[in-house]
Design a protein around this ligand. Structure first.
Ligand code: GDP
Length: 443
């Protein structure tokens, strides 16, 4: 274990009430001793762990501040090492001066994610919990923060470890057969193992399948707004976002670029892509927009097909290009409010009529009830590992009764190892470094 002493500002670098400088490593308390003078009689070296002491903090450049100091004794700290936190006033330059002083007193600057990496190395948290922490900190929607917190609480690690435990039992049973081939395991026992593997595979697959909702939590729901020129797509985007994002023009086919906007619905981010109308007979410049519209549609989670008047052949063609659920949005209700019978919803982007109902419909269509409840598979890395685990388990199931036990055990061992990538037990240094490099300095 790398036990040199690291220091960083752990709070955001902006003016605020308080800033926290965190020092971690065996020398943390002696660094603090050189720069903190307590008000009370207890010297820094005798600070009781997890008690706050007030006093004077010396900062670089001859600056002093009045603040607080807390000592966390190893292993009962975030990193598992001795940790000292200095709480000073939340000035950007002031907190930097405190950090510089800590560096002058023997600490070195912490790298991005180094505190969390030490927590992982010291067995304080699993790899997926560390990723959950990053999701929780970087989360931009309620659902993402919630999913991050479920990961951080160890939900996925617990599931992976439980499944690994059952695989270990199965390997032990098969192992007996490999070691003593003359004491062949009974055929009934073989089928029992096959059933157990199938049940475990179903569990892994259910977790992997929840990435369908998890992906939307992490990346947001991509909504393609399509329709003929002048149907009111840009106007609808503006009405949904509540501000003028797209340039609205009365001239047909002016929205050539894909314009983006964001909205949070049901705790999940919805990303909008306004597309040029899909029309086969369009001119050259517009066809760039059209190919982009098709591209946008191909990766969309939801399409809004906007039209005015009556639903026509063009709209049907757009619908045929949709690989995702589509909502038929009839616009310009303020001009004529007679339904044409094809619409899912009839709105006016101009007056705002039906916009709230459309939002509800979008939420229900893109996030079917229960699809996000308790979802925490939001990292592609976890989805990918779970899918590989399921494939290895299927391989083992198929091999049972056909191939010798040692062949079957290779697939089971592979499934076990892949689950270990999630918890971190079998993750390579490369995976670990990539994960922690995504953290900010001070975390
Ligand atoms: P796009 O080409 O599909 O993006 O359509 P725009 O949003 O640029 O709208 C085309 C024209 O229709 C503009 O003049 C808008 O003001 C108008 N428009 C859009 N929505 C409505 C609506 O609900 N009612 C009325 N009366 N006009 C609308």
């Amino acid at each position: 274990m790398n036990s040199d002493c690291i220091a960083a500002i752990s709070t955001a670098q902006a003016p605020g009430g308080v800033a926290i400088i965190r020092i971690s490593g065996a020398e943390a308390l002696s660094v603090a001793e050189k720069m903190f003078s307590p008000v009370g009689a207890t010297p820094v070296a005798q600070f009781k762990p997890r008690y706050m002491y007030s006093g004077t903090i010396s900062a670089a450049g001859g600056i002093t501040d009045f603040g607080l100091c807390v000592y966390f004794k190893a292993p009962h700290s975030f990193t598992g090492e001795d940790v000292v936190e200095l709480h000073c006033h939340g000035g950007v330059e002031l907190s930097r001066a405190v950090l510089r002083q800590a560096l002058a007193c023997g600490a070195r600057p912490a790298k991005a994610g180094e505190y969390t990496m030490r927590a992982f190395i010291n067995g304080k948290i699993s790899l997926s919990a560390a990723e959950g922490l990053a999701d929780m900190i970087n989360g931009e929607s309620t659902a993402e923060v919630r999913a991050g917190s479920l990961l951080y609480s160890g939900r996925l690690t617990k599931a992976a470890t439980e499944i690994q435990g059952e695989l270990t039992d199965i390997l032990a049973k098969i192992g007996a057969d490999v070691d003593y081939p003359e004491e062949d395991i009974e055929r009934t026992e073989l089928f029992d193992i096959k059933d157990k593997l199938a049940a475990l595979r179903a569990r892994v697959q259910t977790l992997a399948d929840s990435y369908d909702g998890g992906k939307k939590i992490k990346n947001g729901v991509s909504v393609a707004i399509c329709g003929r020129p002048n149907a009111g797509k840009s106007s609808l985007l503006n009405a949904l976002l509540g501000y003028d994002k797209a340039i609205v023009s009365a001239q047909a086919g002016t929205t050539r670029d894909v314009v983006e906007g964001e909205l949070e619905l049901g705790g999940v981010r919805f990303n909008f892509y306004d597309t040029a109308g899909i029309r086969e007979e369009a001119g050259e410049v517009e066809s760039i927009g059209i190919s982009r519209a098709k591209q946008t549609l191909s990766s969309a989670d939801l399409a809004l097909i906007v039209y005015e008047g009556a639903w026509g052949a063009e709209e049907t063609e757009i619908l045929q290009h949709c690989p995702c659920p589509a909502i038929k949005v009839r616009n310009k209700r303020d001009i004529s409010d007679l339904p044409d019978g094809n619409e899912d919803i009839f709105i006016s982007a101009l007056s705002g009529e039906g916009i709230e109902e459309l939002k509800t419909l979008m939420r229900k269509t893109a996030l079917p009830q229960g699809s996000l409840a308790g979802a925490f598979i939001i990292e592609e890395r976890h989805y990918e590992a779970l899918s590989r685990t399921a494939r290895s388990l299927a391989g083992a199931e198929n091999a049972i009764g056909i191939f010798p036990a040692d062949v079957v055990s290779v697939d089971i061992k592979e499934a076990w190892d892949t689950l270990g990538e999630i918890t971190g037990a079998t993750a390579t240094e490369e995976i670990i470094n990539t994960i922690f490099s995504k953290f900010c300095v001070g975390k």
